[in-house]
Design a protein around this ligand. Sequence first.
Ligand code: CUA
Length: 271
Amino acid sequence: MHCNARSSARWLAAATAMAVFLLLTAVPVAAEDATPGQPAIHGSGLLMMLPNYSDIGEKIDRIFWVIFWLTTIVFVAVQSVMIWFLVKYRERPGVPRTVVYSHGDQKLEMWWTAIPSVILVVLALWNNSVWDEARKRPPVDPVRVQVVGKQFAWTFVYPGPDGEWDTEDDLVEGSLTLAMGRPALFRITSLDVLHSFFLPQFRLKQDALPRGKVEVWMTPLVTGRFEVACAEFCGLEHGNMRNTLTVLEPAEFDKWLSDKQNKPKRTVSYE
Ligand code: CUA
């Protein structure tokens, strides 16, 4: 019996050591930062995150990393203590099996309740202020794009010269184009199942709901070509639901848009 307990403690110790080792040495495969203008496939740094090119991304990343390190420290601390106890109090031949009953330590309990509570409240308030900016205060005079998910492609609908969606002069595009430094407001919807509109380099991800319309926004800070992904398993060709975001200089974008709007329209029904 004690043989089993000892070997499982050893396994647990080995597995935890391995997990901690992997976590701490997760060295990027492609270490160099992606150059703006090149769609980066591999990120860099500890978790290989793609670089951020949106206005709100830096704030989101900061919260992400604080939470990541807090939870990592707690995880490592709890696992270490657990393994230490497993080894220290293991059954040993010749050592009598005595049990000590304890009611714990009230002072210690108070601290380990108070400290996490304070941390969680601080995180909640901080989170909330970034969330307000990211999701509750729409930008003034944005480039507006309706993002339509459908098995298995994204379609992007710009309002025509009348400035309104769902009218005859809508501009229907097969890929996404935006202007650098100009806020973009997306109205995201789906025609069939759940999809998820994901711009990894702009820290924007939003489920596309069948018949639902959700508005999200961000401002791209650099020009270039970037990946648009579907981040929700939506069927067998989910992996093919990739698309491209091209961010242009504002003047180039205006020219692109007016050229498109002056071209004869394609009639596409996306209802
Ligand atoms: Cu659409 Cu996955």
